[in-house]
Design a protein. Structure first.
Length: 178
């Protein structure tokens, strides 16, 4: 019977990358700022954002208005979470799911031959058209959210100041917690 073996050091570069405090902080902050910037026009003009959503021809008016009202605030909160390092895993997980849904909507629009703005960073219907470049951009952002989620470093975050590991609790206190 053949046994699959893993080469020694396989995956090491990625592991080292995700353990580097500076790189992880940069990834987290870039992703956070992208989400914050994406939310600004949508929050400022939810009606125009609702029109952009409507161009996809996926949802009815009630759902469109609900999405246009709530989604930008979720993007803003996720972005702030990532930039400030508060609930980073939750913010990165939520950003992952949003980006997957956004990408699916763009793919749907491309397949159906729609010539529309994605509604991502601006409400201007002439700007930021859907296309394969938008999908590549979203895939890149999805990879950043995955990297942020699986990273175990929190050195440059508020989370690092608020969480306590069990190993940092004195032994006499550990006994009282049991």
């Amino acid at each position: 019977m053949a046994v699959a073996s893993t080469a020694v050091g396989e995956g090491e570069p990625m592991k080292k990358l995700l353990e580097n405090d500076y790189i992880v902080a940069a990834i987290r902050i870039v992703l956070g700022f992208v989400l914050i910037i994406a939310s600004i026009d949508k929050i400022a003009d939810p009606n125009a954002f609702a029109v952009s959503i409507g161009y996809y021809r996926i949802f009815n008016t009630t759902v469109i208005l609900l999405i246009a009202t709530i989604l930008p605030w979720i993007e803003l909160l996720c972005g702030m979470s990532l930039v400030f390092g508060v609930a980073v895993r939750g913010g990165s997980l939520l950003s992952f799911f949003m980006l997957v849904v956004f990408t699916a909507a763009v793919i749907s629009g491309i397949i159906r031959g729609l010539d529309i703005s994605c509604g991502c960073f601006t409400n201007d219907p002439k700007m930021d058209k859907i296309g394969w470049a938008k999908i590549a951009e979203n895939v890149g952002l999805i990879l950043l959210s995955i990297a942020t989620y699986f990273s175990r470093t929190d050195r440059f975050s508020i989370d690092s100041r608020t969480t306590t590991s069990i190993s940092s609790i004195p032994d006499e206190r550990k006994d009282s917690l049991a």
